[in-house]
Design a protein around this ligand. Structure first.
Ligand code: 13P
Length: 250
């Protein structure tokens, strides 16, 4: 069975003090969850938040890493640097980075490889735009995104990949995919994984849903057989809201 996960993606929110305060609050309210709990924070928060969550059930993720190993790349943060903070995961392929920072499938492939080489697990995001959904192209879009950046990995490396399906039209819009819509494409994504890595590996791959997921809709989404949890933006910025989603796992 795939691991159940609720992961937060703070995006570009919270200054350092606010981030530390939120992490502290989470360590106080999230106890014995029935799923893995991960928080994705900006780079500058990582080392401090790693200290705050030490010994708790909360795990840490970066929201990005460089596509180069090291050297003269002013302003970039390498996978090795991320790992050295205590973070164990990195979110890659988010639609906001693909769109606003021109991250191509080739660049993402480089980032994925560096992340894995440095012992990070990757939360790899895929998902179609509204236009693509309206043209009924969502399946081909997600398959191409997987083929373009992660399906070249060998079976051993694949064990460190978590997929997050995030329809772009549902991110930050308050418009959630219905549980049935999400389940349909999650099942398709799992079938794509099975084609490459086999049915057993596909069953063990965590596939998260992201896009206006909140405490009120999480139970219905998480009840679906191919939805193994959520990648949460807005509702990860308040401890009570995030805990409400974690509690959807019972
Ligand atoms: P929202 O939960 O704010 O819609 O964001 C989802 C997301 O992009 C998580 O990565």
């Amino acid at each position: 069975m795939a691991k159940k996960i609720v992961a937060g993606n703070w995006k570009m929110n919270k200054n350092l003090q606010e981030g530390i305060a939120l992490a502290k609050e989470l360590t106080e309210v999230v106890k014995n969850p029935n799923c893995d709990v991960i928080i994705g924070t900006p780079f500058i928060h990582l080392a401090s938040v790693a200290e705050v969550i030490k010994g708790s059930c909360i795990q840490l993720s970066a929201e990005n890493c460089a596509n180069k190993a090291s050297g003269a790349y002013t302003g970039e943060v390498s996978a090795e640097m991320v790992k050295s903070t205590g973070a164990e995961y990195v979110i890659l392929g988010h639609s906001e980075r693909r769109e606003y920072y021109n991250e191509t499938p080739e660049i993402l492939k480089e980032k994925v490889e560096l992340a894995l080489a440095n012992g990070l697990k990757v939360i790899f995001c895929i998902g179609e735009s509204l236009e693509e959904r309206e043209a009924n192209k969502q399946n081909e879009v997600v398959k191409a995104e997987l083929a373009g950046s992660v399906f070249h990995l060998d079976a051993e490396a694949w064990k460190n990949i978590i997929i997050a399906y995030e329809p772009i039209w549902a991110i930050g819009t308050g418009k959630t995919a219905t549980a049935d819509q999400a389940e349909e494409i999650h099942a398709y994504i799992r079938s794509c994984v099975a084609e490459v890595y086999g049915a057993e590996a596909a069953a063990e791959t965590s596939i998260l849903y992201g896009g206006s997921c909140k405490a009120s809709n999480a139970p219905e989404l998480f009840a679906k057989p191919d939805i193994d949890g959520g990648l949460i933006g807005g509702a990860s910025l308040k401890a009570a809201d995030f805990k409400g989603i974690i509690d959807a796992w019972g």
